[in-house]
Design a protein around this ligand. Sequence first.
Ligand code: BEZ
Length: 248
Amino acid sequence: MSIQFFTPRGPKNEFLKLPATYRRTVRWLPQIGDIFPDFSVETTQGPLSLWDWAGGSWVHLFSHPAAFTPVCTTELASFASLNDDWKANNIKLLGLTGSSVDSQQRWHIEIEDLFDVSIDFPNGHDKGMNLARLFGMIHDHESPDWPIRKSFLLDPIMRIQMIFEYPMYIGRNSEEILRVAKALQLRAETGAATPADWEIGDMAIVPDEMSDAAARRMFGAAPRTLTPYLKIVDCKPANSNAQPLVCG
Ligand code: BEZ
């Protein structure tokens, strides 16, 4: 990864004044659209390498601060409570934190007892938090010692489709991560966009680049034009017996 010196400039090419502590070198950080780099890690289910392990599934890759901490405990329980939904939607989960495999395994037993769930996804030991640094999971002003709660949704070719960043003291919403994953899958399979607050079964948006004819072929119905720039459609497949495509 190349290192460049960063001299930020504004729209008129003027130098931007940053607080001295924010001035630093710029390095690659994962962005939406990038292929996520392959990496190997020891996990609670043995060693794995991301790309091989993903094996054609979507992936929710997430960091969290540490084992035996309260908010993280509730997050793992919440993720595990949706085990069947992740599987039904071809989504694998992989956690990363700086805690040892052994301590995470002991912690999982406590979470499983407390919340009556099964943590059936691997959780990696990011030794020295080197992966966390590489993937922008350490935000120095939030905590120089622990990773933030960062989530990536990767598609089956390991392209980053979504990035969430949550601070230390605020737990993620697993239903929201699942909702976005389903919206991304709908987009990947049909080209449709999804409106604010979209849920499975709701109308989808026909994006600008999709012609009405293409939308009719894909969804089996003409899009409804609300304004020239907002067209919506029922997300049903064109050529099946009215089974929802990926919407239900
Ligand atoms: C937590 O999971 O509750 C937590 C972990 C590290 C720092 C702050 C909160």
